[in-house]
Structure formats: structure tokens, C-alpha cells
Write a new protein. Structure first.
Lengths: 356, 206
């Protein structure tokens, strides 16, 4: 048989895009089902029927936030329709130049509709930090019957079956719920249980959803303490939950506890976020104190340890601090896939290239 | 042509990439799971296509394979490439599926009988027909032998590679390929098309 006559092995026939889409949907659906069965093992059949029969409730929020001083960068940018489901640990995602922090056991679908970024909260709760839209299309959050159009803000939307709540930290949010519109401003909270009322969040009621300011961090952390985080500092370990008791003053070394019986209108206190924001504002005036504060934040297991450590490293780079390289290396060691890992790698590469 | 995304990437970097992607996907990060799915689907599809011979019943197998892959991800240690590891799981899955219910042979209707004009078309038809007869014969032999033959002879993988993919010894693979070949040749004694095709494929075995 000549080479021309050889038939060769059977060619691999490609699968159609439609077939791959079917396969992908099947995979995610089964994985989600497995995840749901792990996290919600006691859902009764009757409740499922009710969930199907009753239109899902809704709530949402908008807001504006000028996070000009914020320096955290985000890792994943979802530019195409995608669904994010957090497991037993919180997670975060970037979407249309906005940062979304999902609580544990939260499902969110991100899509674009007529050019508008749309986040659909299926269940759970999430903080949305929406950069000022300026000339960009409004950011829309949907939760059941509620639609929120966001110009730019930081706010939290929580959903537990039909109960929805919105708490605003910065800016103003318009919540449209079953034909009614409510404007929710700074330190205000709206709930689907009393859609006509806007509650004010006071500093003595941190469970309402807005972080209370914390004491300034004054103790700079020895850099060597960062290198080997204690087992207790391994936040977001699969299958584990933080130990702070609901309603108690949170230990800054612990993660806000995702409440398994989450009622949807009690956003967790996040003192560390408030502290982080305070330090970000402090940076231009007192960078040394800000850097020390960031390092103090890193000491615990807060979700803010990641951005705080990166902020400390970035600040050190800006100030030509000799600790910069070490801080970046510690960051990459401790948060190899952290929200700022890409930036940290770039900074480290640049730093090493510039060093004699 | 290799479909392994790590080809051309330094081994250490590829391993780090594999480990990181697997870790993120195992933690439930959907974007990482999707990246892994998109990255590995050509490899997994290729392995299963070689074993089945067509795409006819491949969708369910692919879905099951990826579900198994995601479930097993926490155990991935980077001892082998992620692509190899995924293929191993897919092949194991395929073996179980074939053992439970042998898939039918490639549908004869897939061969375009009326297209025998022009050398390319004629060649295409010949390949399809030879493939149909080959996989019809493979349907009749023991699944382990079928998988070994499909990967070693049809796909041209080395015996060592097939041994790794099927998690067995090279000796066992050699035996399976030999037995499959013997059985196929026995069946090909009455089928000139299959006989010629087998001889051609054997010539290309690595």
C-alpha cells in the first residue's frame, strides 16, 4: 500500500458547540446539585414544591461609591454569562468593573442584558462594590421580584427564600419591589418584610448590616509573623466555619460567621472592612501608620487579610520600603490565588528587575 | 497533533499551573472549573472518541467523565500532568460504561454511499467504512483489550503511556493489545476491508 493509498487512523470528529454546551450544563447542574445536597441536606420535598410554586421574592440595591482610595484589584473578570456558586467558604468575583463578595452558600448569575451588566442573586447574600458608572451602563442587581439599578455604590443584598434585605454603606440605592420604589441611603436598610419603611442603621446595631468603625490598629506586626500563618489563620478552609458567635462582638481574628439559618436581613458585621477603608483613607496623610495598620489586619483570619497584605506590600513598594519584596513574597506564599496575586507577581517581577 | 495545553510550556510551570487550577476548581471556584473544563475537554474527548469510535454516545460519557474529574480533583497531586490524569479518569469511566453495556457499532448510515466522486470524497468514505468495521469488531472483544488496542494501535500511544492511562502494567497492556489484535485478525479473515485497514494501522503502531 502506497502512502497515497493509506487511510490513516480514523479522524477525531469534533463535537458541536451545542453538544459541548449541553455537556457543560449537565456537569454544572450535577455539581451544583451535589453541592446543594451537601449544604442543604434537610430541605423537605414540600418546601421544594413551595419554592417552585411561589414566585421567588426579590430585592436588590444600587449605590455609588467612590472607592478612589481603594487599591484592591480583583482576580476574575466575568465578561460572559456565568454562574458563581460559593461553597462552605465565602468567595469573590469581579464583574463589569465591580467587585462582588459572596457569602458562603450563595449563588449568583452574571450576565449582560442590552449592554447592562446584570447580577442575579439566586440565593444567599453578597456585598456589591460598584465603581462609579460615569458613562458606563447602569449596573443591575436582581433578586426575585426586586430590581436595583446602580450608579455606583457599596451595598449588600441578602436573600433567604422570599425575604430580601438591602443595606447600603455608601451612596444611594433605588430598590424597586413589586411596583414600589424605595430609595435607600447611607447607613439605611430596606427589607421586603416592610417594603415601605427604611430603617436607619445605628452604630449600636451592627447586625443591621453596616460595619461599625473599629478601633484604629496601632500595633505594627513584625514581618516575621506573616511568614507562617498559624493554623487558625487559614481562613476559608473547606468544611470549616469561623467560630464567632452571632451577635457577639466579633474577634478581629475570626471570619464573620456565615449563619446556617441565615434569615437574609442580618448582614454580618465587618469591622475589618471598616478598618481597611479607614487605612486606605489614611494612606495619603500618614502612610507609615497606614502600613502598620494594614499589617495589623493581616494578623488575623479576616477576609481582609488578603487585600490588607497586598496594600501593605504596594505601599511599601511605593515608599521604597526595604520590606516590599518580602511582603510581596509572603503575600504570594499565603494567597497564591488571592485577589491580588496577579498584581503582586507583577510588582515583584518589576521590583526584582529594578533591583541592582 | 497534540491537544495538551501544556505542550511547549516548561514542565515546572505546567505543573504549577495544573496544581493551581486543580486547587481552585476543587475549592468550588466555578471560573476555575470552567477553565479546567475548556482546557481538558479536547484531551478527554479524544481519548473517549478513540475508544468509542464515534460521537454517537459520547455526550453522556463526557459528562460523566468530567463530573468524576471534578469529584476527584482534591486528590490530584500533580504526579502526572493534569491532562493525563483527566484522561485516566475518562478512560476508567469508559471502561465501566462499556463493561455495563456495549455500545453499538458505528452506524452504517453515517457512511455517505452516494459520494463516491472525487478522490477526497472516496477516501473519506473508505475511512468511514473501515472505521465502522473496525469498531464493529472491537465491540465484540473484551473491553480492556478494546481500550488497550484503541489507545495503542489506533491512537498511536506508546505502551508505557497506555499502561499509565489505564493504571496497569506494560506487560498487561502488551498482552491485551496482542489478544485484541489476534481476535480482530480472526474476524478480519473474512473481511478484506477490515484486514487491510488493520494492517495499515499496525504499521503505524508505535
Amino acid at each position: 500500500m502506497t502512502d497515497d493509498e493509506r487511510l490513516g487512523p480514523p479522524p477525531i470528529e469534533p463535537l458541536s458547540d451545542a453538544a459541548w454546551s449541553r455537556i457543560e450544563r449537565g456537569v454544572w447542574s450535577q455539581l451544583d446539585a451535589a453541592g446543594d445536597s451537601r449544604s442543604e441536606p434537610k430541605v423537605q420535598a414540600s418546601r421544594r414544591w413551595w419554592l417552585v410554586a411561589v414566585p421567588l421574592a426579590a430585592a436588590a440595591t444600587i449605590a455609588v461609591i467612590a472607592f478612589g482610595t481603594r487599591t484592591t484589584t480583583t482576580t476574575q473578570v466575568a465578561e460572559e454569562p456565568s454562574r458563581v456558586v460559593s461553597g462552605s467558604a465565602p468567595s469573590s468575583v469581579s464583574f463589569s468593573e465591580s467587585h462582588i463578595e459572596l457569602d458562603a452558600d450563595t449563588a449568583l448569575v452574571m450576565n449582560h442584558e442590552a449592554g447592562h451588566p446584570v447580577a442575579l442573586l439566586e440565593r444567599g447574600a453578597a456585598w456589591f462594590t460598584v465603581a462609579p458608572r460615569l458613562s458606563r451602563p447602569e449596573f443591575i442587581v436582581r433578586a426575585g421580584d426586586a430590581t436595583v439599578r446602580v450608579v455606583g455604590t457599596r451595598f449588600r443584598v441578602a436573600r433567604s427564600d422570599e425575604r430580601i434585605s438591602v443595606a447600603v454603606e455608601h451612596g444611594v440605592v433605588d430598590v424597586q419591589f413589586r411596583g414600589r420604589m424605595a430609595a435607600v441611603g447611607v447607613n439605611q436598610r430596606w427589607s421586603s418584610e416592610s417594603p415601605g419603611q427604611i430603617a436607619t442603621i445605628t452604630s449600636t446595631a451592627p447586625q443591621a448590616g453596616i460595619p461599625a468603625p473599629s478601633e484604629p490598629a496601632t500595633n505594627a506586626l513584625d514581618i516575621t509573623e506573616l511568614e507562617t500563618p498559624s493554623p487558625a489563620s487559614q481562613a476559608h478552609r473547606p468544611g470549616t466555619r469561623p467560630t464567632a458567635k452571632p451577635g457577639s462582638k466579633l474577634d478581629t481574628r475570626t471570619e464573620p460567621k456565615p449563619d446556617p439559618a441565615h434569615t437574609g436581613d442580618q448582614a454580618p458585621v465587618d469591622r475589618d472592612r471598616a478598618e481597611y477603608d479607614r487605612l486606605a483613607a489614611l494612606e495619603p496623610h500618614d502612610p507609615d501608620a497606614a502600613l502598620a495598620g494594614y499589617l495589623a489586619l493581616v494578623r488575623g483570619t479576616s477576609r481582609w487579610a488578603d487585600p490588607a497584605l497586598f496594600a501593605a506590600a504596594r505601599l511599601a513598594v511605593d515608599r521604597h520600603d526595604r520590606r516590599a519584596e518580602t511582603l510581596l513574597e509572603i503575600y504570594l506564599q499565603r494567597f497564591p490565588s488571592g485577589a491580588n496575586a496577579t498584581d503582586a507577581k507583577q510588582l515583584l517581577t518589576r521590583l526584582k528587575a529594578d533591583s541592582p | 497533533m497534540s491537544t495538551d495545553p501544556s505542550v511547549g510550556v516548561p514542565e515546572s510551570a505546567a505543573r504549577a499551573h495544573d496544581l493551581e487550577l486543580a486547587r481552585r476548581a476543587a475549592s468550588g471556584e466555578r471560573s476555575a472549573q470552567r477553565a479546567l473544563f475548556l482546557e481538558q475537554r479536547p484531551n478527554v474527548h479524544r481519548a473517549l472518541f478513540r475508544i468509542l469510535g464515534s460521537n454517537r454516545e459520547i455526550e453522556d460519557l463526557l459528562q460523566d467523565a468530567f463530573i468524576e474529574i471534578f469529584r476527584a480533583l482534591p486528590s490530584f497531586r500533580g504526579d502526572s500532568k493534569l491532562s493525563r490524569w483527566c484522561q485516566t479518569i475518562a478512560i476508567r469511566n469508559a471502561y465501566l460504561a462499556i463493561s455495563r453495556r456495549r455500545p453499538p457499532a458505528v452506524d452504517l448510515a453515517l457512511v455517505e454511499d452516494g459520494l463516491a466522486s472525487g478522490a477526497d470524497v472516496r477516501r473519506h468514505v473508505q475511512v468511514r467504512e473501515a472505521t465502522r468495521r473496525l469498531y464493529a469488531a472491537l465491540d465484540q472483544i473484551e473491553p480492556k483489550q478494546r481500550i488497550a488496542f484503541a489507545l495503542a494501535v489506533i491512537d498511536g500511544k506508546s505502551l508505557a503511556e497506555v499502561a499509565e492511562l489505564t493504571e496497569t502494567s506494560m506487560f498487561a497492556i502488551k498482552t491485551r493489545v496482542w489478544r485484541a489484535r489476534r481476535e480482530l485478525m480472526r474476524r478480519a479473515s473474512k473481511d478484506a476491508v477490515l484486514s487491510a485497514y488493520l494492517q495499515e494501522l499496525e504499521g503505524g503502531e508505535s
